[in-house]
Design a binder for this molecule. Structure first.
Ligand code: GDP
Ligand code: MN
Length: 383
């Protein structure tokens, strides 16, 4: 789950990370009021779950409350399209109004889980700001990675090492090392998958401030943090993914043409590889879960059929707790509910009640090709 910048900053500030003075506003008038309270020049920042706002017009400097109000009016109620969103963009429903920071340097700091490293990695770079992706691609040597053993936690020398890599004065190294400690503490306490400050701005009067902040939370750990779940903003998410999530189905939209329905995340990924191997591209990742019922399978198919990019559907069910006849009934239920959206289906079913499931599908009158293994499935997808 992603958080908004203002939410992330509040959580970080509580753990000692310095952030600019400001507040969130959901109307232009409120934005003007906050600007007046902050005083002086402010930045007005669209609150969306996407980076790249600076280049997309989602960040505006204002030198008076009236200007801040006007900047907020130009953003609130619109959709912002950045290089991290789809062409339809994401809705701007609030803005963050903050003191404008006069920066001498823009640095990058991040804490992420790294599966390959088997732990947590602190990332630091002198080349922070809006082009960090470009830096990572073309000059990766400008990015320092410090691997943290999660059983030991962040050691003081590791924080200092990362701070030194930022080319700071000795005095600031201590401050920034402490700030990295605050990021790491936030990361661990809140079960994050990402905590990122980009840019960390060093001001001309030698303060280090988190000018932008991003936090992603691990959904599987949300139950441990009741208060955090309330910070979710579904309006920022793909409506189909929200609908699937509410039904207990994991769905991630992709841009290929073969819809996939599978039970089990590993099997779902293997199935996507089969689609790729057949020269096609998956339209989604979808895992109905090991214990799905008829309604969940039906919901999964209806979500896939409502994607106009889908030309074929590949179903790969390994019957266990989810019996194949139950899956078959779900598929038939959704197909009959939306007959005009029907697409050819390729179905592989194995395991509990597979014969019954296959019989139901064969007798359904739907355009379904039953296959016995993944090679045959690949041929049917390619053909
Ligand atoms: P992003 O583009 O979505 O990552 O949004 P950021 O909050 O990182 O802002 C993008 C860029 O706008 C930053 O890298 C800064 O250069 C600039 N910016 C944002 N806030 C301020 C501010 O308070 N003062 C100044 N001078 N620049 C800012
Ligand atoms: Mn940023």
């Amino acid at each position: 789950m992603k958080l908004h910048e203002h939410q992330a900053k509040e959580l970080l500030a509580r753990r000692g990370v310095p952030v600019p003075k400001g507040g969130v506003a959901s109307t232009p008038e409120e934005a003007g009021r906050v600007a007046g309270e902050v005083g002086g020049s402010v930045v007005v920042k669209a609150q969306v779950h996407a980076g790249g706002r600076g280049k997309a017009g989602g960040i505006r400097l204002a030198s008076s409350p009236a200007e801040a109000q006007e900047a907020a009016a130009s953003m609130i109620g619109t959709r912002l399209v950045t290089h991290q969103t789809g062409p339809e963009g994401v809705p701007v429903r609030s803005v963050l109004v903050e003191e404008a920071v006069d920066g001498a340097m823009e640095l990058y700091l991040g804490v992420v889980t790294d599966g390959a490293a088997g732990g947590v990695v602190v990332i630091a770079s002198q080349a922070g700001g809006v082009d960090i992706e470009e830096v990572a691609a073309s000059t990766p040597e400008r990015i320092l990675r410090v691997e943290i053993d999660p059983t030991v936690g962040l050691r003081d020398y590791q924080g200092r090492k990362a701070a030194y890599a930022l080319g700071l004065d000795a005095r600031l190294v201590r401050t920034v090392a402490g700030l990295i400690g605050g990021l790491y503490e936030t990361f661990v306490e809140l079960d994050c998958s990402l905590v990122e400050i980009n840019p960390l701005v060093v001001t001309r009067d030698d303060r280090a401030l988190a000018v932008d902040a991003k936090i992603n939370l691990d959904d599987d750990a949300l139950f441990r943090h009741r208060g955090l779940a309330e910070l979710r903003d579904e309006a920022q998410e793909d409506p189909k993914e929200v609908e699937a999530g509410n039904a207990g189905v994991s769905y991630v939209k992709l841009d290929g043409s073969v819809g996939c329905i599978v039970n089990g995340a590993g099997l779902a990924m293997a199935t996507m590889d089969v689609v790729g191997g057949a020269g096609a591209r998956p339209a989604n990742f979808l895992d109905v879960g090991g214990g799905a019922d008829e309604a969940q399978v039906a919901k999964a198919l209806s979500i896939i059929l409502s994607d106009d990019g889908v030309e074929k559907v590949l179903v790969n069910i390994f019957g266990g707790i989810l019996r194949c006849d139950v899956a078959a009934r779900g598929l038939i239920m959704a197909s009959e509910a939306m007959p005009r959206a029907a697409r050819p289906m390729v179905v592989r079913m194995l395991g509990t009640n597979a014969e019954e499931g296959r019989r139901l599908l064969a007798e359904s009158g739907l355009d379904i090709r039953l296959v016995h293994d993944l090679n045959e499935a690949a041929e049917a997808i390619a053909g």
